[in-house]
Structures are given as structure tokens and as C-alpha cells.
Design a protein around this ligand. Structure first.
Ligand code: IFM
Length: 442
């Protein structure tokens, strides 16, 4: 099944890539990587489906050239990957792990040799356990630890990176992990959440400042957004959707682009914020070179009895992915336009978009037409955003390959390449072949 929207439909120079994250693909047991809070969270019963973890994952640590070959053969232009803080600094600070830095050196050189632009994410969730012991994202010092780590990375590979993103999905780092408790460190505490919501952006700001001072180019951050709607016409549902939107979307957009936080979020988080947080907002809202948007779904929200924020997800009627997420491509257009209204003229990227699907294997092949249709529809939505004036410059499919889907273990497959988690063999799916054909440069 071919894609209707091909490279030819996009402006010249539009970048197509795929995205992965260190803990999800590398294998944290290889190469002198230190323990991260994901290793310990996963070792705690009940946190991850099947008691799984990222110790082996896709074994990319030992197969990075194979993975880069797949990207090159798939006609992609760029690779968005993350570096593991705990692989580079096993104690979070102090002496670097030479093997870990060598690995990223090989990764970056290997990408460039294949004509792929390396877009590095500095933090995609694998906080060193030693820093978690010190309070992790609840401790203001995390901003300096992160900035120091960013310098260790750039000392080694900064000269060859096409671009750098500081943090992936700060909502997940803070709210999902410290308020909802669904990701590491699994905390459910409003004071922890308020601090993490602020310190994750402070860490972004501190690292930006440090990277700018050394002349590093093309710096941004990756925010995740949902297109949020009231579940019905009632004033209660509207107010609940506004509260949800304030914590999920506006906190990060307003923080990064305006140096403010929304009142609807401060109504709950304000009493738990660290003293003097207002003084950090200029650093948090310094100039960016680009903004990344991760988009998967819309979210219908209704009210819930009880404590702030008193919101509840309401099951919607649209077809859903394996994650139970409604498929709503228009939401990508909406979200990109909204980001543009905050970000002005800076380049925008879809840094993640994709779907988990049941992926039946027949004669060793995966005919994932549902994923092809999803990607094609979202390409269409990206084109609609460009048509509407959004300076969208690239799109990264999540993900290059099936990988460790965090609390859902290896159950949910997002890859355009299938991974057999026993043999670690990679098999391109029909979606990979469809993208390869659509992205061919004629
Ligand atoms: O797998 C994750 C990724 O790490 C961050 N964004 C969403 C993806 C799918 O859940």
C-alpha cells in the first residue's frame, strides 16, 4: 500500500527522519552504562508490564551500524536519537565513561557517513540513579547537573551534531512521573510535581545558556502536545478541559515562549512551587532556534469529583491505536498552528508521530497497512499546517523500530522495523517500504 503524500508534496529541503531514545533501544546492560531510575523503577514489581526493562532492549549498542544502514536505505534525511546521561556519566556527575562517549562518537560519525543529519536529544528520561537518590527532578541542583552533562556531551560530539534538543517531553518528565506516578520515579505527590514541572524547564534553560555560551548551533526543545477538547458542552467539562490544557500544553508553551505559567495551573500547583520561581522565568524563556512537537492523539476531558485538577479522560468514539489513543490527524494541524502562535517564525519540527499496532507476522513479513494509513494521514495534516503558514521544516516518525515502550514493556510496537526481542533480528515492515518509496529522491 503506497503513501499518497510523498516527498514531492513537501517543500524543498523538508527533512524526513525517524526517532528513537537511548533507554528504549540501546540496552542499558552494555558498555559500562550506570543505573538509571528507569532500571530501578522497572525492577519494582507492578511498575512495568511483565516485569520487563531496558537492559537489552533492541541491543542497538552493539548494532548501531545496522540501524543506521536501515535509515540510509529507507531514504531518510535525519536521525533523532537521545544520549543516555547514565551511559556517559554513570554517577550522574564526575568521571565520564569513555566507552559510552566512544559509542556516541561512532553513532554520530556513522550517521554523517550515511548522509544522515544527527539530531541529538540530551535527555529522554533515563536519569542516573545516583541523581535520583539526591531528589532527581525535585532538586533545584538538577539544572546545574544537567548543564554540566550537556557540556560533556558537546565536548565530544558537539562539533558534528546537526541540532540539539535539551529535554524530550517535559510533561512526561514531570507530571506523568511525579503526579500520576506512571513513569520513573513513580512519585504521586503534588509538591514533587510542582517542583519537577519547574526544574525540568530550569534545566532546559540552564543547558541552553551553557550551550549558547560555547557557540553550539541549532538548539531547541521537544514538547508533547495533545489536542484537548471538553467531552461535552457543559460548563464543567469546559472548565476541566481548560485545566487539563493548562497543565499539559500551556505550562510548557507559555513557560518556554513567554516566561509565564498559566493561572489555571498555578491554581493547583502555586502553593507547592519552589520559592522565587518567578526569577527563573527569563532563563527558561530564552530564544530557541527551533521547536519540536510530539503529537499522537486528541484527548476528551470531563470533570471529576475531588481534589484539583479534578479532570478525567473520557473515552472517544474515533478508531484507536493499540495504545487506546484516538486517531485524529487534524489534531496535528491544530497543534502545529497553536505552537506557531507561540513560537513565531522559528522552524518547527514534528519530532515524533506514529502508532502502536497489533502487527501480525505472516511468513516473516508485517503488512502494517494501519500504520501506513496513519502516517499518510499525518503527512497530510503536516501539509495542511504548512499551507496555513506554519514554518514546518521536518517530520520524524516514531519509531525506527519496535522498542521498550516504558511502563508497557515490549507489548506495544511502534516501529516501522520489526524487532524480534529474542534474536534482536530487524525486519522492515510494509510501512518502512512504503516510506522508502515515498521518500525516494528522483
Ligand atoms: O515511546 C514514547 C517516546 O519515548 C516518547 N513519546 C511517546 C512515545 C510513544 O508512547
Amino acid at each position: 500500500m503506497p503513501l499518497k503524500n510523498t516527498r514531492a508534496a513537501f517543500p524543498d529541503g523538508f527533512l524526513f527522519g525517524t526517532a528513537t531514545a537511548a533507554y528504549q533501544v540501546e540496552g542499558s546492560s552494555f558498555g559500562g552504562c550506570g543505573p538509571s531510575h528507569w532500571d530501578t523503577f522497572a525492577a519494582t514489581p507492578g511498575n512495568v508490564v511483565g516485569g520487563e526493562n531496558g537492559a537489552i532492549a533492541c541491543g542497538s549498542y552493539n548494532r548501531v551500524n545496522d540501524d543506521l544502514d536501515l535509515l540510509q536505505a529507507g531514504n531518510f534525511d535525519a536521525y533523532r536519537f537521545s544520549l543516555s546521561w547514565s551511559r556517559i556519566l554513570p554517577e550522574g556527575r564526575g568521571a565520564p565513561n569513555a566507552e559510552g562517549l566512544d559509542y556516541y562518537d561512532r553513532l554520530v560519525d556513522g550517521a554523517l557517513e550515511r548522509g544522515l543529519k544527527p539530531l541529538a536529544t540530551l535527555y529522554h528520561w533515563d536519569l542516573p540513579a545516583a541523581l535520583s537518590d539526591l531528589g532527581g527532578w525535585r532538586n533545584r541542583d538538577v539544572a546545574d547537573w544537567f548543564a554540566d552533562y550537556s557540556e560533556v556531551v558537546l565536548d565530544r560530539v558537539g562539533d558534528r551534531l546537526w541540532g540539539v534538543g535539551t529535554i524530550n517531553e517535559p510533561w512526561c518528565v514531570s507530571w506523568l512521573s511525579h503526579f500520576l506516578g506512571l513513569h520513573a520515579p513513580g512519585t504521586r505527590d503534588i509538591r514533587a510535581a510542582a517542583r519537577a514541572m519547574h526544574f525540568v524547564l530550569l534545566a532546559h534553560g540552564r543547558a541552553m545558556e551553557r550551550m549558547r555560551a560555547r557557540g553550539q548551533q541549532n538548539l531547541g526543545i521537544v514538547l508533547n502536545h495533545e489536542d484537548i477538547y471538553p467531552a461535552d458542552d457543559s460548563p464543567e467539562a469546559k472548565a476541566a478541559a481548560t485545566r487539563e490544557d493548562a497543565t499539559y500544553n500551556r505550562w510548557f508553551l507559555e513557560g518556554v515562549f513567554r516566561g509565564t505559567y498559566p493561572q489555571e495551573a498555578l491554581a493547583g500547583l502555586g502553593p507547592h512551587m519552589p520559592d522565587g520561581w518567578q526569577d527563573d522565568m527569563a532563563l527558561i524563556s530564552q530564544k530557541l532556534d527551533w521547536i519540536g512537537t510530539n503529537y499522537y492523539t486528541r484527548n476528551l476531558i470531563g470533570p471529576r469529583d475531588g481534589l484539583w485538577p479534578a479532570t478525567a479522560h473520557v473515552d472517544g468514539p474515533l478508531p484507536k491505536t493499540e495504545m487506546g489513543w484516538e486517531i485524529f490527524p487534524e489534531g496535528l494541524t491544530n497543534v502545529l498552528k497553536r505552537v506557531h502562535s507561540y513560537a513565531g517564525g522559528i522552524p518547527q519540527f514534528v519530532t515524533e508521530n506514529g502508532m502502536a499496532a497489533p502487527d501480525a507476522v505472516a511468513n516473516g513479513a508485517v503488512q502494517d497497512d494501519d500504520r501506513i494509513a496513519y502516517i499518510d494521514a499525518h503527512f497530510g495534516a503536516a501539509l495542511a499546517a504548512i499551507e496555513a503558514g506554519v514554518p514546518l521544516k521536518g517530520y520524524f516518525t516514531w519509531s525506527l523500530m519496535d522498542n521498550f515502550e516504558w511502563a508497557l514493556g515490549y507489548d506495544k510496537r511502534f516501529g516501522i522495523v520489526r524487532v524480534d526481542f529474542d534474536s534482536l533480528e530487524r525486519t522492515p515492515k510494509a510501512s518502512y517500504q512504503a516510506l522508502k518509496a515515498a521518500l525516494a529522491r528522483n
